[in-house]
Write a protein that binds this ligand. Sequence first.
Ligand code: HEM
Length: 397
Amino acid sequence: MAAEINFNPWDPSFRAFPYPFYKQLIAGPPRLIDLFGPTALIARFADVTAVLKDQQRFSSTQLRSPDMVAEGPFAGATTMLFADPPVHTRLRRLVSRDFTPRRIREMEPRIREIAAKLLDDVERKGELEVMADVANALPVMVIAEMLGIPSELYSQFKHWSDAVISGGAVLPGMPLPEDVKQATNELRSYLAEQIVLRRSAPGADLISALVAAHDDGESLAADELLAFAVLLLLAGNETTTNLIGNGMLALGRNPAQMDLLRRSPELMPRAIEEILRFDGPVQSTTRRALVDADVGGTMIAAGTGCFVILAAANHDPAQFDDPDRFDITREPKDHVAFGDGIHFCIGAPLARLEGAIAIGAMLDRFPRLRLKNPDAPLAYKGSYFLRGLAGLPMSID
Ligand code: HEM
């Protein structure tokens, strides 16, 4: 008889360190469990990439109840993340020209400036709380500026974004807490106002570019544009925050790797890929089987919800040698921290750049950087899907 599977993303001890639980999943074909309905756990690298590349049989449309969708951050409007072709194709084409690697490179001097300013404040204070001082602030400041919103408003944005993301941890079928609903409404109203302003007075910012985006006579409808602005803020902010936080933790726990990276900054691109592989900000995404489908030897019935566990696939020994070892000199190999197939993260170049600048700036500025309490237990934020630390104190003296 197959061993019982221990998979409970709502359990804080599971969330604090899910990797040991993934081992049993990677060891065999996809498992079927009952988790608020029939659910398939897809964990092996080959199975994860097969499902992500198969939008014909596996849909990205959401499994939530109509009430949750109506009250959620997109208010029922379609976003590319939760759409299948042809809707996904159209939405992604309309915005992708604003996320070219060239456009992202143009942001580099400004991202460096923001990082330097945050570290000036840390130096004055004499201590570093990685999450509060750097990781929480930098990505939201960058995305706010891209959208043409003054970066001084970033703490308001961060507050809205945190509250909306915490709604994602609510158990299926349970109502959204009032403060989540309020933050969602405030964020949407603020962005809706900004869109109206840009329609009459366009600028050089991303909202203006999206207002103007046309393709074969098509443009984004008002609700699609608002939903995309909300998606950018949510998808582009918490994830990159956690890349910086999870990365500093991995380096802090492996001081020899931190020294090596400081001495050989040309290793930074590899280090970023290794952080994404080793402790990725997005643990899992979801899909829904549209038809009966065989994945790696398991028959998944039409209608089954799927956890497509990216972070498990990134620890699959069939794809990575000694996968639990953190090694920034690893030969680059495909990982799935940014997904795969048609939904591959549109913000990957921006996230990589921000991660490299933030981590590089901390290493350069503080030559004696180390974990403050290497043996203290770590607190993680509430979401299983987005894995990130609540705090990470480091010593700099
Ligand atoms: C380290 C940081 C990041 C990680 C780990 C990450 C991860 C991911 C993953 C796994 C997906 C695919 C989800 C799926 O297939 O269901 C995705 C999609 C997406 N990401 Fe990211 N992301 C990051 C940063 C960003 C940034 C900075 C932005 C924007 C500024 C962004 C915007 C998006 C968007 C719009 C999609 C939907 C793409 C589509 O559906 O075609 N992400 N991301």
